[in-house]
Ligand binder design. Structure first.
Ligand SMILES: [Zn+2]
Length: 432
């Protein structure tokens, strides 16, 4: 179906962050066909959407998530990362099956769609379940099977995660009309041996897919790396050849100026996960420094177990204010910069040049925000309003590939009651 959004405000997120007023947006065959005043006046057979009092902007891109971890939301909190992960999360994850992951994924996708996320990058397992949920829901995603193996060796062809990863790439890369792309994901340097990381890098090269990795999330990871390898986690991955492939690196809390130079050289994107880093007390990533070093910085929520939601508006808010506060410099990370991280920079990180901004010819991955809310008035500055005042619940429509997936509280592709029904059954089995 074609759509015309009439008489609306558009935040383009083009190079000048241009804002267009009283304009129409015409969406044809999944593409933004025309933007301009009265551009949608003559089109017929289209769904007309009243855009007055609303904003059209690019859908948000969540670059680091473990979406089925919605199932573990508010299950284990207020403890350090190692205890949280090894004593609480991993034991429950051992009991997960593909059905659990499917329903947990749909729940996470509902949350993302209703808060304006149109694309997410995910690392988990039971990837067929996640891909199926992405396919049926209509959202866009870069998916990867997280791999862990601390054994040394040279031949990992019999390694289960490696096999699953390769099978996943062959089956799903480019699936769902291109909405699903695949990556390879060595979980982290503390869960993967050097030779395993090298084997994954080699495989990614052969399959022609990018890399998604956790990098330098905690002081402990950083110091262990210095102790074991005599170098930082980033230098370790650089030397292993991982960064020779297009890479997105989550967290980067402890990266050094030297690391940033290595990452810049290889075009590694930094995924800032402020809520997760603060909640797990990992620290504050040197994002202003990373931006000064010329790195592409995007935003991720991380899983719902360490955040505890998948609402990008909260992470945008934190991304913008924590650096001001911790560095005592209110000029750091402006609202406009933050919006770029959550949109165009995310698209760049994931190698998706046709999303992330509102321009003619781009795929219609866009959202509408209700600007008539009391907490958004008066509208002195749109970017400031979006980052400092807006809430995820201000999103009133979410569209991916020109298809409306969420509108005014209603999910168009997901049966909410069915998800709730299965969720209850899943949780009963997992936690009782
Ligand atoms: Zn993570």
């Amino acid at each position: 179906m074609n759509h015309i959004i009439r008489d609306t405000t558009v935040l383009t997120m083009n190079d000048r962050n241009e804002i267009l007023e009283r304009t129409d947006v015409v969406i044809e065959n999944g593409i933004i066909a025309k933007i301009g005043p009265k551009a949608g006046e003559t089109a017929d057979n289209a769904n007309i959407i009243d855009g007055s009092g609303k904003l059209v902007m690019p859908g948000l891109i969540n670059c680091h998530c473990h979406v089925p971890m919605t199932l573990l939301r508010n299950y284990a909190d207020d403890m350090d990362l190692q205890t949280w992960l090894f004593d609480h999360i991993f034991p429950v994850e051992d009991r997960l099956n593909e059905d659990d992951v499917y329903w947990g994924t749909l729940l996470g996708i509902m949350e993302m769609l209703s808060t304006g996320t149109t694309c997410f990058a995910d690392m988990y397992y039971f990837m067929d379940s996640i891909a199926s949920a992405v396919e049926s829901s209509g959202i866009r995603a870069q998916l990867s099977r997280g791999q862990t193996c601390n054994e040394p060796g040279s031949d990992f062809s019999g390694n289960q995660a490696m096999k699953e990863s390769e099978e996943f790439v062959r089956k799903w890369n480019g699936a769902a009309d291109g909405r699903i792309t695949a990556a390879m994901a060595p979980h982290a340097i503390y869960t993967c041996s050097p030779s395993y990381i090298q084997a994954i890098a080699e495989k990614a090269g052969k399959l022609g897919v990018p890399i998604h990795v956790h990098l330098d999330e905690t002081v402990r990871e950083h110091e262990d790396s210095l102790g074991t390898y005599g170098k930082t986690p980033a230098a370790h991955l650089y030397d292993l050849g991982l960064f020779d492939h297009k890479t997105i690196a989550a967290h980067c809390v402890c990266i050094t100026v030297e690391d940033m130079a290595l990452m810049k050289e290889k075009g590694v994107s930094v995924i800032h996960c402020p809520a997760s880093n603060l909640k797990l007390a990992s620290g504050i990533a040197p994002i202003p420094e990373a931006i000064s070093a010329g790195l592409n910085v995007c935003i991720g929520t991380d899983g719902a177990s360490s955040n505890n939601n998948l609402n990008m508006w909260e992470d945008m808010y934190l991304a913008s204010i924590i650096h001001k506060g911790s560095k005592r410099d209110p000029k750091l990370i402006t609202a406009a910069e933050t919006l770029r991280m959550a949109t165009v920079n995310g698209a760049k990180a994931l190698g998706m040049s046709c999303v992330g901004s509102i321009r003619e010819g781009n795929k219609a991955d866009l959202i509408m925000v209700d600007l008539e809310k009391p907490h958004l008035k008066p509208m002195h500055n749109l970017c400031s309003a979006l980052v400092y005042s807006a809430q995820g619940s201000d999103v009133c429509m979410t569209m991916v590939d020109g298809r409306i997936l969420y509108q005014d509280g209603e999910f168009k592709t997901i049966d909410r009651e069915k998800v709730d029904y299965h969720l209850e059954k899943v949780c009963k089995r997992l936690f009782e």
